[in-house]
Design a binder for this molecule. Structure first.
Ligand code: FAD
Length: 399
């Protein structure tokens, strides 16, 4: 493989020169020229406004890298309205375990603008180091800037493992970084372990519609990158620990991002994100109709719970798509999960099996949900839920 410059199209604008973090491209007589230290990362291809640069795939030979040079586990945080997404703290729990097995440091990486007074609080989540990249523009999420900064940090620091939340944001920047660094990336992992012999990261994820679990390794490339869905791991207990905080002031140039955020419009909904909910009342096809969800809503209101559902309830337009729980929806881990008229298909179970207490209401005594439920109520939900509402109301009035 090699980088090819089309001399007819190249205008000598130098966008490629500035995009190359390795200094592996220069202008020669106003035409771009690739130097021998090119890593084929492809940043210049993306940067060229004339589409004059391409990757020529000849006899593909993979470049062997010295994996022993890569050390450390990184968790990349994302944030919205200056609040770090919980998935970063959840990943710190798993990251700590992996770092201890590998006897390396665990680093939390934050790209932001206003986190100075929060770093001390974050430092209680068990990492060894916080790497805080600070710039006013990083108060919002910019795909290009995350890709640029994180790729540069990786080249400078050589971490062996990078964990990222499989959120819409993480799913946006993680593959772009992996492509730029020629690294392996496994998306949507549900399990992460270390191979005791090779020390490679074992990345497990559901595949073929959730029917099997595949365990993936990337033994010859570094870093090993994985995205993990929120709710798979629990947030660790806080600990007191000496944490090294490295703050890097980053100066961006205007051309570093092709987008400009003009206004951030939040979805105005009175509901809590299901992933953060303490109590969930979830309905399935057994609820029978959109109107009948009112019954579940009444139960949710008494308990201060959020409403969720199986995929079919979203397909039938009984609930909004952000309420879907399961493999292709949200992964939740509330204190209490009440499943009403849900059969317990594996694609649903993977999204709620980590709930502390599962209560199932189903008229079929053989419904698979009862294998997962801590408490099962066999019967018609139309009869059972009103009784539950009445009893919970009574308990509340006695408080
Ligand atoms: C690739 C793929 C991804 C998927 N992703 C998801 C996902 O993310 N989330 C998800 O939920 N599903 C997902 N599914 C679909 C999943 O396989 C099931 O089809 C779905 O979960 C079934 O929903 P359900 O339990 O509501 O309906 P059903 O399986 O039809 O079960 C309805 C249940 O209600 C009970 N019931 C009926 N009437 C009453 C009543 N009056 N009182 C009490 N009980 C009653 C019945 O006994 C039955 O057990 C996915 C499938 C595929 C192939």
């Amino acid at each position: 493989m090699s980088i090819k410059i089309d001399h007819e199209l190249c205008t000598g604008c130098a966008s490629c020169v500035e995009s190359c973090m390795y200094g592996a491209i220069e202008l020669n007589n106003n035409i771009a020229k690739v130097l021998p230290n090119c890593t084929l990362c492809g940043a210049c291809i993306e940067a060229c406004p004339e589409e004059a640069i391409s990757l020529e795939r000849g006899d593909i030979k993979t470049k062997k890298i010295d994996i022993s040079q890569y050390k450390g586990v990184w968790v990349i945080a994302e944030h919205y309205k200056n609040k770090i997404h919980n998935v970063a703290f959840q990943l710190l729990r798993k990251g700590r375990e992996l770092a201890d097995l590998l006897q390396v440091n665990l680093t939390l990486v934050i790209l932001g603008a206003n986190f100075d007074d929060k770093l001390e609080e974050f430092s209680q989540y068990g990492m060894d180091e916080i790497l805080y990249v600070r710039a006013p523009i990083l108060k919002d999420y910019y795909s290009d800037l995350y890709v640029k900064v994180i790729s540069e940090l990786v080249v400078q620091n050589n971490p062996e493992i990078i964990l990222i939340g499989a959120t819409p944001t993480g799913r946006d920047f993680a593959p772009r970084i992996a492509k730029r660094l020629n690294a392996g990336l496994t998306a949507d992992c549900t399990g992460l372990e270390i191979n005791p012999e090779t020390k490679n990261l074992l990345q497990t994820r559901p595949t073929y519609g959730g029917n099997i679990l595949a365990t993936i390794q990337t033994p010859s490339s570094r870093p090993q990158m994985a995205t993990v869905r929120p709710g798979i791991f629990k947030i660790p207990e806080k600990v007191q620990k000496d944490v090294k905080i490295r703050t890097i002031e980053y100066q961006f140039k205007e051309k570093d991002s092709v987008t400009k955020i003009v206004k951030v419009i939040s979805k105005t909904k009175n509901t809590v994100n299901l992933e953060d909910a303490k109590y969930i009342v979830a309905g399935g096809r057994g609820v029978g109709s959109k109107e009948n969800f009112k019954l579940l809503k009444d139960l949710a209101n008494v308990l201060g719970a959020e409403l969720g559902g199986s995929r079919i309830t979203i397909e039938l337009n009984w609930l909004d798509p952000d309420r879907q729980i399961g493999q292709t929806g949200k992964t939740v881990n509330p204190k209490l999960y009440i499943a009403c008229g849900i059969s317990g298909a594996i694609q649903h179970i993977v999204g709620m099996q980590n709930s502390d207490i599962i209560v199932a209401i189903n008229k079929d005594p053989n419904a698979p949900i009862f294998h997962w439920a801590h408490y099962g109520i066999i019967g018609d939900l139309n009869e059972i839920i009103p009784i539950l509402i009445q009893e919970f109301k009574k308990l509340k009035s006695e408080e």
